[in-house]
Write a protein that binds this ligand. Structure first.
Ligand code: SAM
Length: 164
């Protein structure tokens, strides 16, 4: 069940340590049809609605070449999430699981990831399907889907698969 910010039966919250600043930069903003956590899908779908990823300056030059990839990994900051739960009850039924065993938006560093289908690139805005975040969610990063990406640099010894 989708939560707002409540604590449920048997859930465990902790007092997090002071943040150590990782120096994250919000490189853009995601525009979606969802304005409430209760309405957003739990995971994005490739046939979901077209959403817009707006890239801020000075990062627009970093989009060069991205249209070669039909699927992108999108990383975003789930900015409305609480960050202090170590055990959570997704079903709100008293059964709890460790946060790192879940894809819940509630985590110490609320980073969400989705594989998005690239529909179009319009200037500095990407049109994609496959997202599940609220309108206005800050964007952290974009990468080609790893299953489509071939490294441009020469192979390294550790790249080779070891034979069993
Ligand atoms: N696909 C991502 C992942 O697996 O890392 C996120 C999955 S999370 C279960 C998706 C849910 O997070 C949505 O259904 C919504 O309830 C919630 N959510 C979406 N955007 C959010 C935001 N900006 N802040 C807090 N919660 C958000």
């Amino acid at each position: 069940m989708v939560r707002e910010s409540e604590i449920r039966r048997n859930e465990v919250a902790v007092i997090p340590p002071e943040p150590s600043d990782a120096g994250l930069i919000f490189i853009g903003r995601i525009r979606t049809p969802w304005t409430s956590r209760l309405m957003a899908p739990r995971q994005g779908r490739p046939d979901g609605p077209v959403c817009r990823i707006e890239i801020f300056e000075p990062w627009q030059a970093a989009l060069d070449g991205i249209e070669r990839f039909e699927r992108l990994e999108v990383l975003y900051w789930l900015h409305l999430s609480r960050r202090d739960l170590v055990r959570q009850s997704p079903g709100d039924n008293g059964t709890t699981y460790g946060t790192f065993a879940l894809r819940s938006p509630v985590r110490p560093n609320p980073i969400g990831t989705s594989i998005a289908m690239l529909v179009a690139l319009e200037g500095s805005t990407l049109l994609v399907r496959g997202l599940d975040c609220l309108d206005g969610t800050p964007l952290l990063d974009l990468k080609p889907d790893r299953t489509l990406f071939k490294p441009i640099a020469p192979e390294q010894p550790g790249d080779r698969q070891t034979q069993a």
